[in-house]
Design a protein around this ligand. Sequence first.
Ligand SMILES: Nc1ncnc2c1ncn2[C@@H]1O[C@H](COP(=O)(O)OP(=O)(O)OP(=O)(O)O)[C@@H](O)[C@H]1O
Ligand SMILES: [Mg+2]
Length: 226
Amino acid sequence: MIKIFITATDTDAGKTYVAQLLTAAFVNNNYQVAVFKPISAGCEIRHLPQGDVLVNEDAQLLLQQSNCGQSIEEINPIAFQPAIAPHIAASLINTEINLTEINAGYETVIARNSDVVITEGAGGWRLPLGKGKFLSEFVQHTKQHVILVVNMKLGCLNHAVLSYETILADGLDCIGWVANCIEPMTFLDENIKELQSIIPAPMIAQLGYEVDIKKAALAVDISSIT
Ligand SMILES: Nc1ncnc2c1ncn2[C@@H]1O[C@H](COP(=O)(O)OP(=O)(O)OP(=O)(O)O)[C@@H](O)[C@H]1O
Ligand SMILES: [Mg+2]
């Protein structure tokens, strides 16, 4: 089983986008792919016969590309309505985020025995869970391979290098990074070259602006990941 954790230099950097692309690329190559979004903040309430469910858009997008018939609750076990830092969202409803619950949610996904499990983080690498805990501890506990999405914009070199160094310092394997080029950046090629020279892990893909996920997925070569 290939276990991949998608992190990024920042929120809105393209974690969901890259997770969708990789999921679609693996599915195109006949892999069984399960997905996981342990924590989300920014959900709509869906009124179902069995009760109200908080539905996160990222979890829905991941579900659409995957092929293991998972429920939204399995994909995203911890969901908060407001789009704010998750540990603050938790405190607003007098609850806490605990790593045991995240690990248990992951175990449920792992139990499907799919070929690949793609997990999308939240925010950047050091997402606080409160009480001095971080989401990165879940990645350490479950020994996932990490892919770092770099939103190519001014300031990204510092964010990318700090994230990469911290992933390694946590004892994890960063198997590659993705240059996500959503907006035009002056001296883009030079910035990418600089990152390639600083970060020893391979650049898995350089993505331009493309709204058609299926089309963009065709350009992703999963052989560098498997
Ligand atoms: N290469 C791309 N081409 C077109 N749109 C993109 C690309 N990358 C990201 N986007 C869009 O940019 C927005 C932010 O990307 P995305 O939601 O993947 O970021 P994220 O890191 O998952 O954010 P969050 O921290 O909120 O989970 C989304 O609307 C997404 O569809
Ligand atoms: Mg996302």
